[in-house]
Structures are given as structure tokens and as C-alpha cells.
Design a binder for this molecule. Sequence first.
Ligand SMILES: Nc1ncnc2c1ncn2[C@@H]1O[C@H](COP(=O)(O)OS(=O)(=O)O)[C@@H](OP(=O)(O)O)[C@H]1O
Length: 440
Amino acid sequence: MAPPPKGPPARKKLLCMCSLSLCLTYVCYSLMGGPGALRSPLAPQGTPSPSGSPPPPPPPPGSPVAALRRPSPLRLRTSSPPPPAVSAGTAPSSASSSPAEPETPGTTTTGSSPATAAAAAAAGRQLDRLAESPGGAGGIAAAASSSSAAALAARTEAAGSAGASSSEGWTVTPDYGEKRLPQALIIGVKKGGTRALLEALRAHPDVRAVGTEPHFFDRNYDQGLDWYRDLMPKTLEGQLTMEKTPSYFVTNEAPKRIHSMAKETKLVVVVRDPVTRAISDYTQTLSKKPEIPTFEVLAFKNRTLGLIDASWSAIRIGIYALHLESWLQYFPLSQIHFVSGEQLITDPAGEMGKVQDFLGLQRVISEKHFHFNKTKGFPCLKKPEESSPPRCLGKSKGRPHPQIDRDVILRLRKFYKPFNVMFYQMTGQDFQWEQEEGEK
Ligand SMILES: Nc1ncnc2c1ncn2[C@@H]1O[C@H](COP(=O)(O)OS(=O)(=O)O)[C@@H](OP(=O)(O)O)[C@H]1O
């Protein structure tokens, strides 16, 4: 017998059950999709995820000025009046205090004081002007499991010297595996301590790196990715391929190019007091061209007026906030690790611990790998369980600097201060370059 026709209450019940089941299905489906799945598309996204979200619209090709002009962490922080007509090199000492804006994705603030905010605001205005002057991860599958490190160490031992080695480094690893594009790069800064960092990393069994600087993302980009990959050493699954080219940090096209190779690439930057970095840079040039003018002459556009020549690369490279801004257009801050060049010398194991964590590596490189060589005045690498003498970097690393006039140093310190403060705000790290020499 046919069931009696359902009246209005029965239909309501059925509708209710259907909705309930639909809701349950949605909740289950969302939960299976992970924590992001329930997020409303209108919810704020925060810092872009290392591998997920697309980058902000890239700057127009070849237009660093335009990149700096777009709304950005720097500009948002500095609701500045039109800049006074000063030279790119003029110290922003007359900075008016404008309050720092709220945090924006990709930046971290250090809880700035009004003075800090004023300095940062001044730096922001300076950056605008400098931009117009000439010259102008979370997801790496490093997966450095203890097994891969240990297995490789065993294989390395077994393979003896049948592999690649470098002039500076002294890791000898077997020629197994396949060549891969780097998943992590040391992108700068020149004279920051990039060689010391790379060599220390190369002592890690889960890291393989090219000894020389490939300069792919600046000078050799036309050669193509296959050319670049071919330069890399072979790696096993779980090993990290790396290279270092310090000029990437100041190459306008590098962020975009690296992002288009792999947006999850991890970036490491060794930074050092920009004044000592500039002198180190000059010392290197002087060693090749002894006839160049003195540092004091090159540093100024007009020494009487105290105008620093910010278009001189030795000076410009040290305006870290300016360069970092280009990288933050493509990479979240969480994908960039900053190493203190100073601490890499005074506490290499401490800095290496943080670098290994960032790269997803086991903390293999430790105190045991360093020996401070008093004659050289720098830490040298040693193999913990062997009696072979520690290996120091070559003569071109850690060489004496020429004596520079004290007033020039002070003038440069004043010049860099607002940029440094801004850099500390952007990175959330205070590198303490403002302290007097004696306090360091
Ligand atoms: N362990 C160790 N041994 C020697 N030198 C060390 C070390 N750690 C850091 N440094 C500092 O590294 C500075 C050179 O930096 P880079 O390697 O980045 O230079 S380069 O850009 O690759 O030319 C170099 O700069 P200078 O002192 O001016 O020569 C050193 O100060």
C-alpha cells in the first residue's frame, strides 16, 4: 500500500535533514582540506605563505624606481611630506617625526620609539630620493633527517676523496645523485662574511654548494636555467643545493628572477655594519687597483658640505633597507634569514645554529667545528673528530683595512643611521651598528 501523502510538517522535516546533512558534509570537507580551507576569501591574508600565495604584482620590467614608488612597507610607514631638495647623500638629520604606520605584511617592527620612528621616516624619504638617483619557506624539502645526514656521512667516508672539493672549502663529497637547482641561496651582502658562511655550511653533510660564485641572476641570466643547474654539484634526495653570489642582493632583477625559478627558495643575507662593509669593499678594490683615490675622497660628493656620494657602490650597497624593499615585493620576510656578519666572527656556532634551523637542517655544525685563530683574528673551520689543522679562509678574507679619517667615519655613521633603523624595523632584528666602537 502506498504511504499516505506527506503533509507540510513532513516536508519541513525532510528539508531540515537535507540542510543538516549538507552542512555536515561541508564541515567534513573543509576539515579535510586543512586549516586554510574554512577561511573566508574576505579574511585578511597576512604574510604570503612561502609556497602558496602569488606574489604581489611585479614591478614593471627594468623599473626599480617604480618598484620603490608603489605602496610598500617602507612607504606605508612614512607618511612623509614632499622631500626637501637635498642631495641623495645628505644626511636626513632634520627629519620631522611622523608616526610609524601599523605593521604590514612582510614586515616586523621592533616596537619603535618616537625617535626611531622619526629616523625611519627620514630614511623613507631618503629612499625615495635615492631611488631616483643614478646607480641606483617554509617549504624547502631540505628534510635533513638524521638518517640522511648520517647515511651521507657514512657514504662520504666510504667514498674517500672521489668527489668535489673546493679551494676554500674542504668538504669532500661523493659524486652521487643528480644536479638540482638550488633551494637556498646566500644572496649577499658583498663583504658581509658570505664566504665564511658558505664554507661553514659546506661542512654540513646535507648541504652541497658550488665553490665559485655563479652570478646567474645578475650577469648570466641569459644562459638559462639548464646552464645554471649544470653548475650545481650532484645531490641526493634530502640534501640541499646552495650557492652564494653576494651581488644578488643589490641586483634589481634578482628577486623576480629567483621567484620565477622557485617561489619557495630560501634566501640568506649576511649583513655587516655598512660603514665597515664600505671600507672592506674599498680595501678589496684598492688591492686590485692601488691607484684609485682615497676612501675619503670617493665617499663624498662634496666633502665641505658633507654630502655623501650614495651613488658610489661601496656606499650604496650598505643602504640595506633600500635593497630589502625590492625583495619583499616577491618574498615574505619569513623566507629571508639575516645573519649578523659581526656575530658570525664572534659567535660562529650561534649564528650557524640559527642558519641551520632556518634551512631545515639538523644542527650538525656546532662549537666543535670552530677554532679561533688568534693570528688571523678569525674563526677557522675544523673537523671535530680529526687532528687535521683548522682551515682558515684565504688572505683576501680578514685583511687589514686602511686607516680612515675619524670625521669621515662619523659622517658615514650619521648617514647610515636612519637606514639602519629602518632596516631593523623591516627585519625585526637590531644589529646594533649604532653603538660606539668600544661598546661592541
Ligand atoms: N671566519 C672568517 N674568516 C675570515 N673572514 C671572515 C670570517 N668570518 C667573517 N669574515 C669576514 O668576511 C669578510 C669578507 O666577506 P665576504 O666573504 O662576503 O666577501 S666577498 O663579498 O665574497 O668578497 C671579511 O672582510 P674583511 O675583514 O674586510 O676582509 C671578514 O671580515
